[in-house]
Design a protein around this ligand. Structure first.
Ligand SMILES: [Zn+2]
Length: 280
């Protein structure tokens, strides 16, 4: 049985993420701790945190994953934006630790014109600051593979390795996004391309570092360097690739999280489609 889950809204009260996951039959869930396009931090009431912890113990939905806000940019040369990003990640990670959330996923940053070397150096400086303020005990910090738009750092497995390698001894790992790796130029839509991607993964970050898979089809073609998620089987990646991921001896042990458009009952349908591809 493969663990198939989805991103859910955390609006009103964070404990509702479990109810929203249950409603669509998700085995695992992901959510934001703040509106993904806003810096505003919400201090949670004790009762809200308690409800969250109680439901986390009783709903049988796991792992639980938090996705960092899209505004953060640890690769930025703008001092104010960089510091704000570092402090906001610290804020979020502390709450993840307190709530015993298993994974925290982040888009490391974008260079917007600066070199990749600069971007990586800056991200490492940011992570250094973050990990000096929060020690990872309950939560594993995951750097996500990106499509490569606007100079995103982490569009190649080599870049991901450079970001996580210095912190190897901490609880740090990788989140693969099927749409992003496809858009970044890894041809996972063919069996040959899937195998070569997996070999590359073993040579660079190591398959064991991958903890979560963001399971999305792509609205834009192979190597487009654009990040546009599509419903499973409706995009350019196609069902074959998802079948390969879901039945792979390593990937099949991981949670597959849908981040497809929230349209009607599409979460239920996407979960059904993915389940139908799992071989007994
Ligand atoms: Zn993401």
């Amino acid at each position: 049985m493969v663990n198939i889950g989805t991103h859910v809204s955390s609006s009103k009260s964070i404990d509702l993420v479990f109810d929203r996951g249950k409603e669509v039959g998700a085995k695992s869930i992901q959510f934001f701790l703040r509106s993904p396009r806003s810096w505003q931090w919400i201090d949670r009431k004790e009762s809200e945190k308690e409800n969250f912890i109680n439901k986390k113990l009783s709903y049988n939905i796991n792992p639980v994953i938090v996705h960092a806000s899209y505004l953060f940019n640890l690769a930025s040369s703008d001092e104010e934006l960089f510091n704000k990003s570092v402090n906001s990640v610290i804020e979020e990670l502390k709450l993840c630790e307190e709530l015993e959330i298993e994974y925290y996923v982040i888009h490391a940053g974008k260079t917007k014109g600066n070199s990749k070397e600069y971007g990586i150096k800056r991200i490492l400086e940011g992570l250094e600051k973050i990990f000096s303020k929060v020690s990872l005990k309950n939560t594993t910090f995951l750097v996500e593979t990106l499509a490569g738009q606007s100079g995103e750092v982490g569009a190649t497995l080599e870049e991901i390795k450079q970001i996580i390698y210095p912190f190897e001894n901490l609880k740090i790992g990788v989140c693969l996004d099927t749409c992003h790796i496809f858009a970044a130029g890894y041809p996972i839509h063919t069996e040959e391309g899937f195998i070569s991607f997996k070999n590359k993964l073993e040579e660079t970050v190591g398959v064991e570092k991958v903890k979560v898979i963001h399971c999305n089809d792509s609205k834009t073609p192979f190597n487009s360097k654009r990040d546009r998620h599509e419903h499973i089987g409706k995009g350019y990646i196609g069902l074959k690739s998802f079948e390969l991921f879901l039945n792979d001896k390593d990937f099949s042990k991981l949670p597959f999280i849908l981040e497809t458009p929230k349209e009607g009952n599409m979460d239920i349908i996407n979960i059904r489609v993915l389940n139908s591809l799992v071989r007994p």
